[in-house]
Design a protein around this ligand. Structure first.
Ligand code: C2O
Ligand code: CU
Ligand code: CU
Length: 431
């Protein structure tokens, strides 16, 4: 804690080696360690600073995905950290309890930096969440699940995965940096914070024994009530918090069984986008006696109405090929200018053949409609990233508060990182 009460965290991006198979080192990058990064846990209302040091041989950045913060602290492609330098953004955490994450955002190099291992979780806690009887003991009954795909040689060395239209896709999963992970649990009620930190792959998570997967939170915070689904579909960048009630001694597997329907794809594009792939993700092994957990209240929280009536400006973002509105990213060009303290409607139309993952910096938005219909219950809460299926149209309602800065843009982009690197990104300023 600094003298003025600011809580200080530090992250150093560095190169190292990781043994994904015993005795077989792979070259990886990580924050503070050789692969991935520590989980940062912040409280709503506190001021935080992160000292980001770059011990790599090349420039990188660290972006706080899902955070509402000044553009100059956002860690996008305009906040490069050169080798040997330290960048120290600071801001007041002013948003609801949520599962956010951080990762590099250097223009044209993001896929490579994330695929090498630069990513971590950033959790926000608040009083509303703290007042609920939810599992919240980090690493015990409240577990991060960072899902990435990768490719390995036969002896277990990480290798560069194959590139398709969507980007790099590996044929194996690495979860929290480990292959074939399992975790022992001693609590009846377990909370998983699922993060799709893959560069290109979309997952459809579910329980192998067929029970429903109960979603309590999406990208930007808690839903009003838990939603029971067969599958929770997460495209790159998206998060979901799920709860599961274990029975003593059971072994329960989380898996992902993708289908062309879930991805919104038809063959042969479906096969190229991994939309027919299945993976084991994580095994939970329950102890013979479990700490009991109370029932959850039916209502977790109140969400404000989707404020369509307040919309001052409507913009359309047409995704086609690797372009947004017929263009690609220009570092020196501002595509959209937003007025601070106004509400906007952003219409995202996927006019192409490929799925994309549309992400907006700075704000959490609500979904007013998908293909002119009200969104399903799992899309009723705060989001910052959505899977945009080919042929579909998404109406987002966004409110831009605080942090006006005419000189520093925020990004919106496809979170399939190869697409982002190829320029499927635009810039907006809040003035
Ligand atoms: Cu997760 Cu602009 O990024
Ligand atoms: Cu982001
Ligand atoms: Cu894309």
């Amino acid at each position: 804690v600094a003298a003025d009460g600011t809580r200080v965290f530090s992250l150093e991006a560095r190169a190292g080696t990781t043994e994904f198979a015993p005795g077989v080192p792979s070259e990886t990058w990580g924050f503070d360690g050789a692969h991935l990064g520590p989980t940062i846990i912040a409280e709503r209302g506190e001021r935080i600073r992160v000292d980001v040091a770059n011990a790599l041989d090349e420039p990188t950045t660290v972006h706080w995905h899902g955070m509402h913060l000044p553009a100059a602290m956002d860690g996008g492609p305009h906040q490069m950290v050169d080798p040997g330098e330290t960048w120290s953004p600071e801001w007041e955490v002013d948003q609801e309890a949520a599962t956010l994450w951080y990762h590099p955002h250097p223009h044209g190099e993001t896929e490579q930096h994330v695929a090498r291992g630069l990513a971590g979780m950033l959790l926000v806690r608040d009083d509303v969440e703290a007042a609920l009887p939810l599992p919240r003991e980090y690493g015990v009954d409240d577990l991060p699940v960072i899902v990435q795909d990768a490719a390995f040689t036969d002896d277990g060395r990480l290798e560069s995965s194959a590139r398709g239209f969507a980007g790099r896709m590996g044929d194996e999963l690495v979860v929290n940096g480990a292959r074939a992970p399992f975790t022992d649990v001693d609590d009846e009620l377990v909370r998983l914070r699922l993060l799709n930190a893959s560069t290109a792959r979309t997952y459809a998570f579910g329980w192998e024994d067929g029970r429903t997967i109960d979603v309590i939170a999406t990208d930007g915070g808690l839903l009003e009530a838990s939603v029971a689904l067969d599958r929770v579909v997460l495209s790159p960048g998206e998060r979901a918090e799920v709860l599961v009630r274990m029975t003593p001694g059971e072994e329960l597997r989380l898996h992902s069984v993708m289908t062309p329907e879930a991805a919104g794809l038809k063959p042969p594009i479906a096969a190229m986008n991994g939309a027919t792939d299945a993976f084991d993700v994580l095994e939970l092994r329950a102890a013979e006696t479990l700490d009991p957990a109370p029932d959850l209240p039916e209502r977790l929280r109140e969400l404000p109405e989707v404020a369509e009536g307040d919309v001052a400006t409507t913009r359309t973002f047409r995704l086609d090929g690797f372009e947004i509105n017929g263009g690609t990213m220009r570092m020196d060009h501002v595509d959209e200018t937003v007025t601070v303290d106004t509400t906007e409607r952003w219409i995202v139309e996927n006019a192409g053949e490929m799925p994309h993952s549309f992400h907006v910096h700075d704000v959490q938005f609500r979904i007013a409609a998908i293909d002119a219909a009200p969104p399903p219950a799992e899309f009723a809460g705060w989001k910052d990233t959505i899977l945009a299926r080919p042929g579909s149209r998404y109406e987002l309602i966004l409110r831009f508060e605080d942090h006006a800065d005419p000189d520093t843009p925020y990004m919106y982009h496809c979170h399939l990182l190869q697409h982002e690197d190829q320029g499927m990104m635009g810039q907006f300023v809040v003035v």
